[in-house]
Structures are given as C-alpha cells and as structure tokens.
Design a protein around this ligand. Structure first.
Ligand code: IMP
Ligand code: MG
Length: 179
C-alpha cells in the first residue's frame, strides 16, 4: 500500500471556501424546499461532515436520515455498490434530498436513486459537494453541485483514503496519486 506523508496533501478548497459555497447551496434549498418538509439523506461515511454543516444552515422544516454504502477499496472503484444499512421509515410522497460527498463515476448515486425510487417518494433531489464530470458515466441529473473537480483523488472534509484524512477541515489532492 502507498504510504502518504502529510506534505503530499495539496490544498484544493480551504474551509472558508467550502463554508461560503455551503451557504449559497443552503440559501437555495431554503427557498426551493420551503413548506415541503424534505428528508435529507446523508450517504455515509463520506458525507457526514458536509451534511452536518449544511443542515445547520437550513432554516425550513426538514428531517434527516442516513444510508451507508461502500464501493471503493483504496483508490480504485470495485464497481460494486453495497448498502450496509437500509432506510426503514416511510418515504412515500416525500421530498427526499440525497446528500453525497463526491460523485465520481456515478455508480453509487445511480444505485441509490433506484433504491429510493422503489419507495415511491414525491421527488428525489441530489446534492453533492464535489463532482468529477470527466469520470461521470451516467445520465442522471445532479441538482446541486458544490464544486466541479478533475478526476484526481481528493481527501479531507469527510473524504478518505483507506479511511484516513476524513478529519481534515479542508479538501486536498493526494499528490502521490496524481503524479
Ligand atoms: P462513484 O460511485 O464512482 O460515483 O463514487 C462515489 C464514491 O467513491 C464516493 O462516495 C466516495 O466514497 C468515493 N470516491 C470517489 N472519488 C473519490 C476521491 O477523490 N476521494 C475520496 N473518495 C472518493
Ligand atoms: Mg461516499
């Protein structure tokens, strides 16, 4: 396994830049979902920091839940998506907002979108903090994107490399993996 030193983290988005963008997204959601009582569904593990910052800027009536998926071992997608938890509450005729840390190939969000469609919600919206347009392989529309980035591997602010670096408050490229 590749050993990563601290100096190999190349700054991409500072916590201030992230905060500003989350404020913009939250303002938009506050307007668009007023009186709709949406359910935010965070995709674990990666989205836990993004969702916790986002939800505290939401001023409208809303609810929150989580689903756990995994698709990656190291930096290579295994291509197989697993749900390690299920949403058991009734989602029928509800507005649901799936909250992702990052959308790469789109396999995870496609899987989740199908999973939630079966629960007959009124509408499914998708938010992701980061989006890699060059890697995206599917047609599904993403409603809110924090930042578009290159296909290189990033960590921090909830995003991991083999479960490490989730605790960093900013987002970094992992240099060893982009050279
Ligand atoms: P997708 O199914 O290919 O869209 O990948 C989605 C998942 O892969 C994300 O929720 C992340 O867990 C992981 N992932 C993709 N790119 C990165 C990255 O650059 N850093 C950390 N995790 C990533
Ligand atoms: Mg994820």
């Amino acid at each position: 396994m590749i050993k990563v030193q601290k100096g190999q983290l190349v700054p991409l988005f500072s916590k201030e830049v992230i905060e500003k963008r989350i404020n913009e997204i939250a303002n938009d959601i506050n307007k668009k979902f007023a009186n709709k009582n949406p359910i935010f569904i965070g995709v674990l593990n990666g989205s836990f920091i993004f969702l916790s910052d986002l939800i505290r800027r939401i001023r409208i009536e809303c609810e929150m839940d989580f689903i756990k998926t995994s698709s990656y071992e190291g930096i290579k997608s295994t291509g197989k998506i697993k749900t390690n938890s299920k949403i058991i509450r009734n989602l029928e005729n509800r507005h649901i907002i799936i909250v992702e840390d990052i959308i790469d190939t789109g396999r995870t969000i496609q899987f989740l979108s199908k999973y939630f469609e079966k629960k007959n919600p009124l509408k499914i919206s998708i938010i992701t903090l980061l989006f890699k347009p060059k890697s995206y392989k599917i047609k599904l529309n993403i409603d809110y994107i924090g930042f578009e980035i290159s296909p290189d591997f990033v960590v921090g602010y909830g995003l991991d490399y083999n479960q490490k670096f989730r605790n960093l408050d900013s987002i970094y490229y992992l240099k060893t993996l982009i050279e």
